[in-house]
Design a protein around this ligand. Sequence first.
Ligand SMILES: Cc1cc2nc3c(=O)[nH]c(=O)nc-3n(C[C@H](O)[C@H](O)[C@H](O)COP(=O)(O)OP(=O)(O)OC[C@H]3O[C@@H](n4cnc5c(N)ncnc54)[C@H](O)[C@@H]3O)c2cc1C
Length: 461
Amino acid sequence: MIEPRVVKELEAVVGKEHVLSSPEDLIAYSYDSTFEEHKPDIVVSPANTEEVSQVMRIAYRENIPVVPRGMGSGLAAASIPYSGGMVLNLTRLNRILEIDQENMIAAVEAGVVTADFQATVEEMGLFYPPDPSSIKHSTIGGNIACNAGGPRCLKYGVTSDYVLGLTAVLPSGEILKTGGKAIKNVTGLNLTQLLLGSEGTLAVITEALLRLMPKPKYTRTAMVTYMQLDDAARTVNAILLEGVVPATIELMDDTTINTIEEYLHLGLPTDAAAILIIETDGSDEQTVLREMETVARVARECGATDVKVAQSDAERNELWRGRRSVSPSLARRRPNKLGEDISVPRSAIPEAIRRIKAISAKYNLPIVVFGHAGDGNLHPNILFDKRDPDEWHRVEQISGEIFGMAVELGGTLTGEHGVGVLKQPYLEMALGKTAIAIQQGIKKVFDPKGLLNPGKKFPAA
Ligand SMILES: Cc1cc2nc3c(=O)[nH]c(=O)nc-3n(C[C@H](O)[C@H](O)[C@H](O)COP(=O)(O)OP(=O)(O)OC[C@H]3O[C@@H](n4cnc5c(N)ncnc54)[C@H](O)[C@@H]3O)c2cc1C
């Protein structure tokens, strides 16, 4: 419960219509893209860095917990306000402030929707590669806070590879500026990168300086089919060893293929063990074509039974349709899903998938596996019905076994969705006590009162 005098003060900063507390409004800000939910006491939507700073000063003085929020598309329950208090909605900070074509750098506010930003720079022949599949319903600030990746990471890297500087507001309300337009910058500790992936626990990101690239002019896309999973995994490394770095190598296992086919009837090979969607791109048409020829040859040498290369944009979209429809097709099978994002060394992909299938059989719950095979980032999605307590209990056991397996294979808990609260119980297994203690110490420096997104990412010290 926030005292009326404090509500009045907040209204004076952001405007009455941007302070919400009706039951309907609180429900609307009580969940993310997991199945978790908890209502805040108040939702405050500032319009710029200065307003964020003033709101934070009030919250700090009054000891109100604050949960920063973009569009709530996160998959780690990191924007759920479990402690009540304030949800700080950042979607009104939605201006692209500058596109500096000469230096290929853009300055944006944190609430800009990522797909809108991409479309704007692409109209100018520029390119912002990070492309989480939630691109149309997530913000640049949320992507930075989660260090989001996506299909194009293999060639182009993740969000942190494109952030040169940040404006952020500390829990106390102080404004922090990090980095700048200079590409090389080793002045002081790298606070920009420290905030990348901090899941709203250290500071509220309000503006970012983003590095851009020239837009690749040509793209070739192939769908490659395998009867043996190992052959698909061997192809990934064989292509990279040939010196070709495709923009994407996406994998779908047999359960994923069948689930999509039941939903969309695309004519996918339902007897296949795996499909890879491989894309080459670049500025020189002949190079892109040659790279795709190499991909096709290597795939066949590794045992692919079919290599279908799209001959037009329409065919390319059709090849991607299946991969893009994984999430909605899963929803038809079971009401709930827990989408994990373990990351393993590429060579361990077949072993990881074999073990996941064994875990699925052991607990008698379907698990589909798809993901970014090029960088070893797999998305095992456990399908279940949360209304059934026995199924929920089995989901918890399955998660624990999948995380244990990932760490055992030399990998880790999360490649892109973050720790949030859902992966916290496994943090020590992945990082060890010392790394956790150091991180708790850093949190204390930024947030001595522990008010910013409490209980997320690392356990309280
Ligand atoms: C269908 C689907 C597909 C997805 N695909 C991918 C994918 O391919 N790759 C990938 O990496 N991720 C993917 N994600 C998850 C991804 O993490 C989020 O979609 C996205 O990065 C979160 O952005 P958001 O604006 O919705 O943030 P929210 O969900 O609102 O918040 C996420 C976290 O960021 C914090 N936060 C948000 N904004 C700020 C800010 N301005 N300052 C400080 N902290 C902030 C929140 O406190 C919270 O901890 C997917 C999600 C969905 C639902």
